[in-house]
Design a protein around this ligand. Structure first.
Ligand code: PEP
Ligand code: MG
Length: 323
C-alpha cells in the first residue's frame, strides 16, 4: 500500500468526479519541511510558531523569527504557507512571561488575547512575518479568535506595522491573505459575519470539539465526549464552510480531524477546500480522496447532518465508502 501511495507524491488531489482539494501539512519548525515535500504536501496549512518561543529563556528576536519564516516560505517555493501567530497558553506555557497561574488555562489569557495585550511581542512577530512575506506565498492566521473585535484589532496592528515598514523602505508583499482559526464556537456560529472581513477560515477542530462539548481535550475521563463525528460538530463545520463560500472565501481545517480517514468523506461532501494534517498522512489521504466522488460525498454529508449520534454517522460513512 505504501508503495502505491508513494506514486502519488507529484499527483493532484482530485476526486473521481474531478473536484480538486488542497492537501497541506501542519509543521512546527523549518526542519519539518523535508517531510512536507517528500510526502507531496501542496502547502503548509498550519505553521505553529509556538515552538520558536518555547524551550528557551527569552523571547525570540525579530531577526530569528524572520529567518525561520523566510526559510519556510522559500522551502515551499511559492506554495501557500499559513503561519499562525503565537498561540501560547492552555497546554503550552512560556515560563519567562511570568504569567499568573489560572484556574482554567484553556479558557484563560492565551493566544490572541495575550498578543493584543503584550503588543510589543505581537508586533515583533508581525514585523518578522511582513518582512519574510516577499520570499513566498504567505498567509497569516490569528488563533483563538472569539469576537470580531479581536480580529479587527489584530488586523489594525498588522496594518500599522506594514505601514511602518513601508515607510522605512522595507519591501512587503501586497497580497498576504489574513485569516482566522475557527476553534471557538462563538466564531463558528457567526461565521457569516466573519466571512465578510477575513480572507479565509481554518477550522481548528482540536479546540472546537473541546469547547463545543465542554470536554477537556487532555482529560481521559471525559474523552468519550470528545466526538469529532457528533452531528453538533459537523453542523458547525458546515456553517463555517458555507459562510466562507457565500463570500467567495476558502475554508480549510487544520485540526486532527482533517487527516482522519473516517472524517475525510464527510468533510469533502461539506465542501472543505483545504485539509491540513501531519505530513505523514498526506499520501494516504490523497489516495483515499482520489477514490471518492464529491457528489456521492455531498449526499452522505447531507444525510449525516440529520443524524443525532456519532455511531449513526460512522455507520453511514462506512456504508457510503465501502466498495
Ligand atoms: C486546533 O485547535 O485544532 C489546532 C489546530 O490548534 P492546536 O492543536 O495547536 O491548538
Ligand atoms: Mg487550537
Amino acid at each position: 500500500q505504501k508503495a502505491e501511495w508513494a506514486k502519488l507524491v507529484n499527483e493532484q488531489t482530485v476526486t473521481s468526479d474531478g473536484h480538486h482539494v488542497e492537501l497541506a501539512a501542519n509543521i512546527g519548525t523549518p526542519k519539518d519541511l523535508k517531510g512536507v515535500i517528500n510526502n507531496g504536501g501542496e502547502g503548509v496549512g498550519l505553521y505553529r510558531t509556538e515552538f520558536l518561543y518555547m524551550g528557551r529563556d527569552q523571547l525570540p528576536t525579530e531577526e530569528e523569527q524572520f529567518e525561520s519564516y523566510k526559510a519556510v516560505l522559500e522551502g515551499m517555493d511559492g506554495k501557500p504557507v499559513v503561519v499562525r501567530t503565537l498561540d501560547i497558553g492552555g497546554d503550552k506555557e512560556l515560563p519567562y512571561l511570568n504569567l499568573p497561574k489560572e484556574m482554567n488555562p484553556f479558557l484563560g489569557f492565551r493566544a490572541i488575547r495575550l498578543c493584543l495585550e503584550e503588543q510589543d511581542m505581537f508586533r515583533t512577530q508581525l514585523r518578522a512575518l511582513l518582512r519574510a512575506s516577499v520570499y513566498g506565498n504567505l498567509k497569516i492566521m490569528f488563533p483563538m479568535i472569539a469576537t470580531l473585535s479581536e480580529f479587527r484589532q489584530g488586523k489594525a496592528i498588522l496594518e500599522e506595522e506594514r505601514q511602518k515598514l513601508q515607510a522605512e523602505g522595507v519591501a512587503v508583499s501586497e497580497k498576504i491573505e489574513l485569516g482566522i482559526m475557527v476553534e471557538i464556537p462563538s466564531t463558528a456560529v457567526i461565521a457569516d459575519q466573519f466571512a465578510k472581513e477575513v480572507d479565509f477560515f481554518s477550522i481548528g477542530t482540536n479546540d472546537l470539539i473541546q469547547y463545543t462539548m465542554a470536554a477537556d481535550r487532555m482529560n481521559e475521563r471525559v474523552s468519550y465526549l470528545y466526538q469529532p463525528y457528533n452531528p453538533a460538530i459537523l453542523r458547525l463545520v458546515k456553517m463555517v464552510i458555507d459562510a466562507a463560500h457565500k463570500e467567495g472565501k476558502w475554508a480549510g481545517m487544520c485540526g486532527e480531524m482533517a487527516g482522519d480517514e473516517q472524517a475525510i468523506p464527510v468533510l469533502l461532501g461539506l465542501g472543505l477546500d483545504e485539509f491540513s494534517m501531519s505530513a505523514t498522512s498526506i499520501l494516504k489521504a490523497r489516495s483515499q480522496i482520489r477514490n471518492l466522488s464529491k457528489s456521492d460525498m455531498e449526499t452522505l454529508a447531507s444525510e449525516v447532518l440529520q443524524m443525532s449520534t456519532t455511531e449513526e454517522v460512522l455507520e453511514a460513512v462506512a456504508k457510503a465508502t465501502q466498495r
